[in-house]
Design a protein around this ligand. Structure first.
Ligand SMILES: C[S@@+](CC[C@H](N)C(=O)[O-])C[C@H]1O[C@@H](n2cnc3c(N)ncnc32)[C@H](O)[C@@H]1O
Length: 507
């Protein structure tokens, strides 16, 4: 099998960029996608189709469809035929586009795939409106299995023919990119897939409400990729827009979750990924249908800084579970104060300065649970554990609040952790004391908080989220543990310690 690396496509892009003027290019919104992004976008499509029809509207030099063809050809279950339809209005870029199409053709032919390419030098918006109009005389064209696009970004002038045509087709958009995405989804066949890179401005704000509503109604949003550094997405073009990449499937029922990922610029090998429940991305009661990405300007960089933390919960040999005592189900076994035959029951109200402070007499919560054969599977052996609160209030300083359960301060053979807590353990039992201390320092750091806010728009801290996070290595955790004495250090000190730890590994 002969496959040309997609990066040779960057030559086409660069030679076009150097042959043309940047101001002219930006006037028609002509920012060509770097090969690394094109490749990354192509990798998002689900595979397995025998006959593929790709649409690339506003194709420029053809980076996107070419990367897509290359990805399809390199797959084990590659298609039998690929058809590519592209639209492009700028005549200066057509020779480059033509060359890219020929390359894709020869790649397919040399790999035994039937290929058909069609370059349409016409306005995509006008052509697509005609294609999708349901009128008596319209002959609807074939629909696409794949759409890949980086459309032009430009305000639509309301005095133009295009604006009037869009309006009469019920496509109300203020920017050309939204018109491109809207028409592209109409041209997809059922279960056809779209991967697009566009500004993220459509995710909120009133101007995009109609577009957003229609997009979320017609398409199942499966993935969103964020760039942590705004300027890096288009490299040498230095586009200031904040761009996002998204993958969506036509007609898919609202998915249960959306994969959110983030990378610093084009470094896709070090992408951080989280699965976020759909209703936290689009709140069910929100009539404006905002798409919450949970990332703010101040958040830029946390995933980048987390890079120095290369371990995982599995690598550390640890586990995280949710507290087993659901208090209203175990009511008969709970006691306000410790008695004979009881063991400690730990709630979030027992958190104090990074440790578990038990018992708490003033609290409304019971302090103890009877230890008997009926409750034995709710309890764990005594030992060092790190506990985190599952629910945080908005006022709370950080999302992740951790405290150390130090058995020497409590002196009980068993302990119950209530269901509002998650606990870190080693195969169900306690952790070595220094590991627990180091872990508590890490979990209470601002860098973890920022990382959480970046990925989760909600205040809940699930065990799954904690399992997916990056962690310091065993050695780093031991170094962190040395700062824990009677209490855990204050916030400033914790953040300084973490900063030093990250600096150390950059050197
Ligand atoms: C942002 S560039 C992206 C090019 C290419 N998709 C890529 O990713 O490298 C958008 C392209 O759309 C073209 N374009 C602008 N308006 C168009 C229209 N109405 N119909 C078709 N192409 C258009 C521009 O000439 C430009 O090449």
């Amino acid at each position: 099998m002969v496959i040309e690396p997609v990066h040779t496509l960057d030559h086409v892009r660069k030679s076009f960029n150097s042959a043309t003027n940047r101001t002219d290019r930006s006037q028609i919104g002509q920012f060509l996608t770097p090969a690394a992004i094109a490749h990354f976008m192509s990798s998002m499509f689900e595979t397995g189709l025998r006959h593929v029809r790709i649409l690339d509207p506003g194709a420029g030099a053809g980076m996107l469809f070419a990367a897509c063809v290359e990805t399809l050809v390199s797959q084990k279950d590659r298609p039998l035929s690929i058809e590519v339809v592209v639209y492009e209005t700028d005549s200066t870029i057509l020779p480059y586009l033509d060359e890219t199409m020929k390359r894709s053709q020869s790649l397919c032919v040399s790999n035994g795939i039937v290929f058909h390419g069609n370059i349409r030098q016409e306005d995509f918006v006008l052509a697509a409106i005609t294609e999708t109009k349901e009128s008596l005389f319209a002959v609807p064209g074939a629909r696409f299995t794949h759409v890949i696009l980086n459309p032009p970004y430009k305000k639509i002038n309301s005095q133009t023919v295009m604006s009037r045509m869009l309006y009469s087709s019920d496509i109300e958009v203020a920017n050309l990119y939204a018109a491109f995405v809207w028409l592209s989804m109409l041209l997809l066949e059922p279960e056809g897939q779209m991967v697009a890179i566009t500004p993220r401005s459509f995710c909120n704000g009133p101007y995009f409400k109609k577009f957003r509503t229609e997009f979320l109604r017609m398409m199942g949003l499966k993935r969103i990729h964020l760039f942590e550094s705004r300027k890096k997405a288009f490299g040498d073009d230095n586009v200031l827009q904040e761009n996002i990449i998204y993958h969506a499937v036509r007609g898919l029922q609202t998915p249960k979750s959306v994969t959110i990922s983030a990378s610093e610029g084009l470094d896709f090998d070090r992408t951080h990924t989280l699965s976020v429940p759909y209703d936290q991305i689009v709140h069910p009661a929100d009539r404006d249908m905002f798409i919450h990405l949970g990332i703010h300007d101040t958040d830029v960089g946390p995933a980048e800084r987390m890079r120095c933390l290369t371990s995982s919960i599995n690598e550390l040999g640890l586990g995280v579970s949710t507290g087993r005592v659901v208090d209203f189900r175990a009511r008969e076994h709970l006691r306000q104060s410790p008695e004979q035959e009881t063991v400690p029951l730990i709630y979030p109200c027992h958190f104090l300065n990074g440790f578990i402070n038990w018992p708490v007499q003033s609290g409304k919560k019971p302090n103890a649970i009877v230890s008997s054969s009926e409750t034995s599977n709710l309890l764990v052996e005594d030992g060092f554990y790190v506990l985190t609160k599952r629910f945080s209030s908005k006022e709370q300083q950080r999302r992740v609040m951790a405290a150390i359960y130090d058995p020497t301060r409590i002196g009980a053979p068993l302990v119950g952790f209530e269901n509002h807590l998650n606990y870190f353990h080693k195969q169900g039992k306690g952790l070595p004391a220094d590991l627990a201390k180091g872990l508590a320092v890490y979990l209470n750091s601002t860098i973890v908080d920022q990382y959480f806010r970046l990925f989760s728009g909600h205040t809940q801290v699930n065990a799954t989220d904690l399992r997916k996070m990056p962690y310091p290595t065993h050695e780093q955790l031991l170094r962190l543990s040395r700062y824990v004495k009677e209490t855990i250090p204050d916030q400033e000190t914790i953040d300084d310690i973490m900063e030093k730890e990250c600096l150390n590994c950059e050197q």
